[in-house]
Design a binder for this molecule. Structure first.
Ligand code: ZN
Length: 250
């Protein structure tokens, strides 16, 4: 079957006109409403769904849609602008952002346009970019964090695995907004690159938490006892991470 079909539409919810993105997804069975990271409402629906049905589902969930959209928008509004001088958290410290616009030069025919790059110089993260769009900047900075995360988090896994007597089959770096980490039944530990933006103690707690799932695939007392053997103040860590969720810069 084909790939996802996407179109834009709007629906009146209460007193407001709400634009939304309608996606028909092959093989999807249930309709799912969400508000994406940019504050846009999305309806992901089974292949047979039409716009009329999508609007109906949105109207039925008016309160949830409007409230969730407000929450995401407030969060976006609080997000500091990515301009020179902005502070980017990095574990227990921070970096100062330095944005350098560059003209696109030295392009060869057929080559992909140069988008820019981010590199660290001491306590400065210098981003040279061909475009000053927020989205482009964000992507370059995220790319830098992801690379750092791949090395640093792998090191933390190396550090804690022998202490806990476990060994993941694989470590992957992810970027979901809704979770800091996860562990699969196959032994893959996934860690969020945004852990590079929280204090070391909290990032370590997430690493330990996921490693302990290699032994206990649940949140039983045995599981928490194992976590507590390495991170005694894990309850404090959990609360701190909850408070940080969704309040990170990127
Ligand atoms: Zn867990």
């Amino acid at each position: 079957m084909g790939t996802t079909i996407e179109r834009r539409d709007a629906v009146r919810l209460g007193t407001v006109e709400v634009p939304y993105v309608f996606k028909r997804v092959p093989r999807r069975r249930q309709v799912h409403i969400l508000v994406n990271d940019e504050g846009t409402v999305e309806v992901r629906a089974p292949w047979r769904f039409g716009l009329r049905k999508a609007r109906e589902v949105l109207r039925k969930n008016t309160d949830w849609v409007l409230k969730t959209r407000d929450t995401v928008r407030e969060r976006l509004a609080r997000r500091p602008r990515l301009v020179t001088g902005a502070r980017l958290p990095l574990l227990d410290g921070s970096l100062r952002l330095d944005v350098r616009p560059r003209a696109q030069i030295g392009l060869f025919d057929g080559a992909r346009p140069w988008r820019g790059r981010a590199e660290r110089r001491g306590t400065v993260l210098r981003v040279s970019t061909a475009s000053l769009g927020e989205g482009e900047l964000r992507a370059l900075i995220e790319h830098w964090y992801r690379r750092e995360a791949a090395t640093w988090l792998a090191g933390r896994v190396e550090h804690y695995s022998p202490r806990l007597g476990v060994r993941p089959s694989r470590v992957t770096i992810r970027g979901q907004r809704s979770r800091w980490g996860s562990c699969s039944a196959r032994g893959t530990v996934s860690l969020n690159w945004r852990l590079m933006m929280v204090p070391v103690a909290l990032a370590d707690y997430v690493v330990v938490h996921e490693l302990c799932h290699l032994r206990h695939m649940n949140h039983s007392r045995c599981f928490w006892a194992m976590v507590g053997s390495v991170v005694p103040d894990y309850q404090h860590c959990r609360r701190s991470l909850d408070a940080l969720q969704g309040r990170l810069l990127l």
